[in-house]
Design a protein around this ligand. Structure first.
Ligand SMILES: [Zn+2]
Length: 311
């Protein structure tokens, strides 16, 4: 875990991208302190707190969750006195993911299904025991503006892009944006509830804020080249998926066919299965929050990875 000072009294805590769950967090160290996102389990969130404790005067009095995925909010309970802030749709979706299920998957290394065994291996560094869900109780609809002892903090709703309840955190004077998973940097994005159009528009909103430093949900710090490259990826995958859909290919066959070109170096390229599936859902005219068969997606990712290894 790396603490980076990115503005006056503003910090990012970055986890090196090692695949599933290695998310980033932020701290505005003024006006009682505001933390942007906690981590996926209690041990990693304790480490996050120890990292921030090197610079803060006391535990943060506010936590913002950029969205409901566990790797951004399952450490909330360790900020026991803090006000938890998030979008109304983030709070509504909070129980969609279950720590007990994740712990079961993590312990399934001996599973007869190779895809589940591989997922268990990918989860080995995490410990989902003891997690209680603490959803946001201060709810955002479109925007919430805070002033933390002279640092203006704007929470803006930009979903449904990566999930239904995506919020970004903008510090206009500092020219900093914490994007949550609206931006993945140098790692392949996964989208849940949302549309390509809204996601691309959300990235446009980030670019329009003219930030100097962007803290992505996953991956290293960047400037506006980050959202620009991700937009190009989304547009490219959507166009390629559309061709495959027209020729009747399955999601997995489409994902196998798409040449990743400049994006092949991003970590976990097999996550493209999620984007192709999203494109297919849109082409079938389904709503942005149509249910996703998550286990089928992970099975598809597993098969795609294997086909690439043995190509
Ligand atoms: Zn994430």
């Amino acid at each position: 875990m790396e603490l980076r000072e990115i503005g006056n009294d503003v910090y990012a805590c970055l986890q090196e991208d090692r695949g599933l769950g290695t998310s980033n967090s932020g701290l505005v160290n003024r006006g009682g302190g505001l933390v942007v996102d906690t981590f996926w389990d209690l041990p990693h969130t304790r480490q996050l707190i120890d990292t921030y404790a090197r610079v803060w005067k006391g535990p943060a009095s506010r936590v913002v969750n950029t969205h409901h995925n566990g790797d951004h909010c399952w450490g909330n309970q360790l900020f026991s006195d803090a006000e938890i802030i998030g979008h109304r749709r983030c709070a509504a979706a909070f129980a969609k993911e279950s720590p007990a299920t994740m712990q079961m998957l993590r312990e399934a290394a001996g599973s007869a299904s190779p895809a589940i065994a591989a997922l268990a291996q990918a989860l080995a560094a995490w410990d989902f025991s003891g997690i209680e869900l603490h959803p946001p109780t201060t709810l955002i609809d479109d925007e919430l503006r805070l002033d933390l002892d002279g640092i203006r903090v704007h929470l803006r709703y930009v979903g449904p892009a990566h999930t239904a309840g995506d919020v970004i955190v903008h510090l206009p004077e500092q020219r900093v944006v914490f994007t949550g998973d609206v931006l993945f940097r140098l790692c392949t994005p996964i989208g849940w509830e949302g549309t390509f159009e809204r996601w691309i528009a959300a990235l446009d909103e980030i670019i329009a804020l003219d930030p100097q430093v962007i803290v992505p949900g996953h991956g290293p710090l960047c400037g506006v080249e980050g959202p620009r490259e991700m937009q190009a990826y989304l547009r490219y995958v959507r166009a390629e998926a559309k061709r495959s859909f027209a020729s009747g290919l399955s999601v997995l066959d489409a994902a196998k066919r798409i040449d990743l070109g400049p994006y092949a170096g991003w970590t976990e390229p097999e996550r493209i299965v999620f984007s192709v599936e999203r494109a297919y859902r849109e082409l079938r005219g389904e709503p942005f929050d149509a249910p996703i068969d998550v286990m089928a997606m992970f099975q598809g990712m597993y098969e795609l990875r294997r086909s690439q290894i043995f190509k």
